[in-house]
Design a protein around this ligand. Structure first.
Ligand SMILES: Cc1ncc(COP(=O)(O)O)c(C=O)c1O
Length: 462
């Protein structure tokens, strides 16, 4: 802050820009119909403001591109690997680090080396690919979000926490011996981008030690979690975001990270480990499936961008500007008459579509309807996080049990959009909120058995 509480602008200026398309309403109608009404099937050049994901969609800096220009592409032992490894080791404190091309590759390598069929992985909330990779390892993903998470409107600061009492009960109960891993997602992407407190992480460490269960972090947004800890949790105001992130990593036995988020790059991931035997198993798996352990499917140029990105992402000025941008976007949307999960996190806002469209039942997929309308009216792409994503279907693809909430996620790419893009998106939403009854529901035409939302096809209801 400057004097008089004037917020500082982002600590960068923009010198390379990319044009974005503006399609006509008719072109958008045709595009979404041809995509089977699934925004994942749209072409990126049919989208005006793309809020589908914050993953790999950020802008790199001039320093990252300068570093990439001197990337070392040696097959083994490249200089770029050591630069990246040293940065990641300094940040996380883990003695063993393995590079992977993205988060889910790290999940596959870790889970297939750590979990045995029939075991349980307990989490605050598994992200979709994490859930799928636990199941592919033959294990059962089990979510134990804290009770505060169920109230979308409350201002509780750490609704990303795991339910400590439920975790202890699970470990002490009949299923306890089957728990092979406790995995905390920071921040909780499946549940409103809500952060996990250091107190919760510390308590989970103590419980896991008592029961002898490995405790890992899914740390895709480690810097954003650290920023929210600094803002919201007593005792952390004097620490830098980097110091807070390091303390979080120190509490866990290891981590898996998609660096497409807080690595500030288009691609990349990391596994961090303390255990020597687990490292040996993961390394063997990595070499067979991802690449040698000094590149893991990444180019030297990627590793250079990542090493620099890990420095830039914990800059307090960057994090303050990004958190401020999301908070302002949330206020614009709320003022336009649409509720979002409170309090706003950083990487995304979650629209309460169930509340906005009460005339649609969960079986008519209100979150999906709102997402399609955002595209039809404004060329805005979003992601449904409701019954289409989480509900249970019967053999005829009809909804049997709905998701707890009908949400739409607006993910915010890092360093990409300006205030005007957010004003535009909020205005499109505001127009929808003025006449929500005109929005129709959808039915599923075809759906794949796993990770349905990526490839499902739908049709509007008459
Ligand atoms: C919390 C979390 N874990 C894991 C992943 C998977 O990472 P990736 O997309 O790099 O495979 C994501 C991606 O969005 C995520 O948000």
């Amino acid at each position: 802050m400057l004097s008089h509480d004037i917020p500082l602008p982002p600590p960068y200026r923009i010198r390379v820009v990319e044009p974005i398309p503006f399609l006509s309403p008719r072109e958008r109608r045709e595009a979404i119909a041809a995509a089977g009404y699934n925004p994942f099937n749209l072409r990126a050049d049919q989208i005006t403001v793309d809020l589908l994901s914050d993953s790999g969609t950020g802008a790199t800096s001039s320093a990252q591109e300068a570093a990439a220009a001197v990337g070392d592409e040696s097959y083994a032992g490249a200089r770029s690997w050591f630069r990246f490894r040293d940065e990641a080791a300094d940040l996380t404190g883990y003695p063993h680090l393995l590079p992977v091309h993205q988060g889910r590759a790290g999940e596959r390598v870790l889970f297939s080396s750590l979990l045995r069929p029939g075991q349980i992985c307990v989490s605050n909330t598994h992200f979709d690919t994490t859930h799928a990779n636990v199941e592919l390892a033959g294990a059962e993903p089990r979510d134990l979000p804290c009770p505060e998470a169920a109230d979308l409107d409350s201002a509780e600061p750490f609704k990303g926490n795991i339910d400590l009492a439920a975790l202890e009960q699970t470990l002490a109960g009949p299923d306890g011996p089957r728990v092979g891993l406790v995995l905390l997602t920071i921040t909780n992407n499946g549940l409103g981008a809500q952060p996990v407190s250091m107190a919760n992480l510390t308590a989970v460490q103590a419980i896991c030690r008592r029961f002898g269960v490995p405790f890992f972090l899914d740390a895709a947004r480690f810097a954003e979690n650290a920023w929210l800890v600094r803002e919201r949790e007593d005792g952390y105001q004097e620490l830098t975001p980097r110091e807070i992130a390091t303390r979080a990593f120190q509490l866990a036995d290891g981590c898996v990270i998609s660096l497409k988020k807080d690595g500030l790059t288009a691609i990349g991931g990391l596994i961090g480990l303390r255990d020597d035997d687990l490292f040996a198993r993961c390394e063997a798996n990595l070499i067979a499936t991802e690449g040698f352990s000094t590149y893991g499917g990444l180019s030297g140029r990627d590793l250079e961008r990542l090493a620099q990105g890990l420095r830039e992402v914990v800059d307090p000025a960057y994090l303050a500007a990004r958190a401020g941008q999301t908070a302002r976007f949330a206020r614009m949307i709320n003022d336009a008459g649409v509720d979002t999960i409170q309090p706003a996190g950083i990487h995304a806002l979650y629209l309460n579509a169930g509340r906005l469209l009460p005339h649609l039942s969960p079986a008519e997929f209100p979150g999906h309807s709102l997402g399609c309308q955002l595209y039809l009216d404004g060329g805005i792409r979003s992601a449904e996080l409701g019954s289409l994503y989480l509900g249970t279907l019967d053999a005829g693809n009809r909804l049997v049990s709905p998701a707890p909430f009908e949400l739409v996620r607006l993910a915010i790419p890092r360093r990409v959009y300006t205030e005007e893009h957010f004003l535009y998106a909020a205005a499109v939403l505001g127009a929808i909120a003025k006449d929500p009854e005109r929005i129709r529901g959808y039915r599923i035409v075809s759906a794949p058995p796993v990770l349905r939302h990526f490839k499902v096809r739908l049709a509007p209801l008459e």
